[in-house]
Design a binder for this molecule. Structure first.
Ligand code: 5RP
Length: 227
């Protein structure tokens, strides 16, 4: 199976899961990226039964609207029932790296505001230790050099993502060569650097369920804290 076929398979599995749990007035959070795009296509099948969605990026909002799916601002939507999104990496504890598509801040807000976070990914995203994928951090533009120097002190090699402006008007640094042995601590430490909006480690609020597309089928893993 190709990587896209694996992504399609997990998107379908997530759709089945969401459909089975759909309740009146339930708002669905929708992530950003190619795997999330496959999920949006599935969601389009039940656009008439959906109360609405909250999108983690302008691009996702645009795609949802193309499928006639209502998109709300999070402030008027309240708590999200289920949030479905992809990832760049996951470890066995369902702690993630996200932000390859530069939507990490809104993604982290949706994860925090959701009752359930379902991560969908092809098997190549599963790692032993997070950090092989360069860790994205969103920064306020004027702080870029300062934040870069602070990251070097933490042992990382920051690279400015040229030409990338986030939906929030900020910039992205991708941090190479980090071996993230304590994801919760590094997530919190990075957020303490003045000028960092957020970073792409999702460990304080990781995924509750991981649907992993493998050649043998979709594997479902649950976080220890999630019954
Ligand atoms: C966007 C993200 C994506 O979820 C992540 O980059 C995975 O993307 P894809 O599904 O295209 O592999 O975090 O900011």
């Amino acid at each position: 199976m190709t990587q896209d076929e694996l992504k399609q398979a997990v998107a379908r599995a997530a759709f089945d899961y969401v459909e089975s749990k759909l309740e009146d007035n339930m708002i669905i959070g929708v992530g950003t990226g190619s795997t999330a795009n496959f999920f949006i296509e599935e969601l389009g099948k039940i656009s008439d039964r959906l109360e609405g969605t909250v999108a983690s990026s302008e691009e996702t909002a645009r795609r949802l609207k193309l499928h006639n799916i209502p998109v709300y601002d999070l402030n008027s939507a309240g708590r999200i029932g289920i949030y479905v999104d992809g990832a760049d990496e996951s470890n066995a504890h369902l702690q993630l790296i996200k932000g390859g598509g530069a939507a990490l801040t809104r993604e982290k807000i949706l994860a925090a505001a959701s009752k359930e976070f379902v991560c969908i990914a092809d098997a190549s995203k599963m790692v032993g230790v997070l950090g092989e994928f360069p860790l994205p951090i969103e920064i306020v533009p004027m702080a870029r050099s300062y934040v870069g120097r602070e990251i070097v002190k933490l042992g990382g090699d920051p690279v400015y993502r040229e030409g990338c402006v986030t939906d929030n008007g900020n910039q992205i640094l991708d941090i190479y060569n980090l071996e993230i042995l304590d994801p919760r601590k590094l997530e919190q430490d990075l957020n303490q650097i003045t000028g960092v909006v957020t970073n792409g480690i999702f460990a304080v609020r990781g995924a509750d369920i991981l649907m992993l597309g493998t050649a043998r089928g979709v594997e479902i893993r649950r976080a220890a804290s999630f019954a």
